[in-house]
Design a protein around this ligand. Structure first.
Ligand code: ADP
Ligand code: TRP
Length: 330
């Protein structure tokens, strides 16, 4: 069975961008693939979280993974920091990756601009750690949002370079996986391109009805359509993207028709979106509360996941060491 790997950094609660861009695919894939989903706590060190924040935030994401429907009996769920083999592979990949390549990664350039007083080596080598996360399990598919494409390209580079260097066909070149045929970018409702934690424009899975309504009603719109059947400007298209994610097709078609004949009322559209988001996320929110309270269960799941992930990575690293000429570990 083909292997699938993905992870999310524990830097806050999951939002609709994370859900529709990544987690929804996790849930779908767990029935068809050998899946390993982890919590990228090492990656979150690039912004220097406090120890107590790490404990808290990793638990939050684990509860949210489970609440979204990731089933620990089907998929392996683990903490990145529980599997030390990752670090060994990270070191090997770092030796084969050039400074210029890493400096060209857009997310590095962006992060370096955002935190100029903390441009650390971990930030620079973020893609090689991500490559190690994926390739330690020899995964072929990686469900992620569109913004991860460049990191995925680096992961394929690491695989290819290793194979070429040692004349082997050992690592597969992992491909991004999108829930539907093309990558989905969940927009921000503030008129900015993307919903994201650093954009401060997120609707979180754990937001209650009142908060969701408030956020949606504030969404940026325009003066309304001026000609029939005109193209939707970006801010309006964004609202329709939400409809396509959480509403029934008839609802989408209804508002699309209203747009086309210029009778659309944005207030009604927003109310509908808020209502449908609430309906969609309500059961998830309830389960988040339940799982968050069950710390014993979450610790048990993380422990079992760590064992399985360790076993999978150790098998790969054993072969990597052989290929590279290192002795087997005692
Ligand atoms: P954020 O951008 O809020 O910091 P992360 O970088 O932690 O979120 O992203 C975790 C996962 O969610 C990644 O796979 C990423 O591609 C996906 N993701 C995040 N925001 C969006 C979005 N607005 N649309 C689609 N996918 C997204
Ligand atoms: N870079 C991803 C993000 O920002 C998180 C991540 C780390 C990841 N390692 C990974 C995703 C391996 C997929 C596979 O969201």
């Amino acid at each position: 069975m083909e292997t699938v790997v993905s992870g999310i950094r524990p830097t806050g609660n999951l939002h609709l961008g994370n859900y529709f861009g990544a987690v929804k695919s996790f849930v779908k894939m767990q029935d068809e693939y050998n899946c390993l989903f982890f919590i990228a706590d090492w990656h979150s060190l690039t912004t220097r979280p406090k120890p107590e924040d790490i404990v808290e935030s990793t638990r939050i994401i684990l509860a949210e993974y489970l609440a979204c429907g990731i089933d620990h009996e089907k998929a392996t769920i683990y903490m990145q920091s529980d599997v030390k083999e990752t670090l060994e592979l990270y070191l090997y990949f770092n030796m084969n990756t050039y400074l210029g390549e890493l400096e060209r990664v857009t997310t590095f350039k962006e992060k370096a601009r955002k935190q100029p007083d903390n441009v650390n080596a971990g930030l620079l080598t973020y893609p090689t750690l991500m490559a190690a996360d994926i390739l330690q399990h020899r995964a072929v598919k990686v469900p992620v949002g569109k913004d991860q494409e460049q990191n995925m390209e680096m992961a394929r580079h690491c695989a290819r370079r290793f194979n070429n260097m040692y004349g082997v066909e050992f690592f597969p070149e992992p491909q991004s996986y999108y829930f539907s045929d093309k990558a989905l970018k969940v927009p921000g409702l503030d008129g900015s391109g993307k919903m994201g934690k650093s954009e401060g424009n997120c609707i979180y899975l754990r937001d209650d009805a009142k908060t969701i309504t408030k956020k949606v009603m504030k969404a940026v719109t325009d003066g309304g359509p001026t000609a029939q059947n005109s193209e939707k400007p970006e801010v309006i298209q964004n609202l329709f993207t939400f409809l396509s994610m959480v509403s029934e097709k008839e609802t989408y078609d209804y508002f699309d028709e209203k747009w086309n004949d210029c009778s659309i009322r944005y207030g009604d559209l927003k109310k509908q979106i808020a209502q449908d988001i609430i309906k969609y996320t309500d059961p998830i929110r309830e389960r988040i509360v339940e799982y968050s309270a069950n710390i014993d269960l979450m610790d048990k799941i993380a422990k079992e996941g760590a064992e399985k992930a360790h076993e999978s990575a150790a098998k790969t690293l054993k072969e990597v060491r052989q290929i590279m000429g290192f002795r087997e570990l005692y």
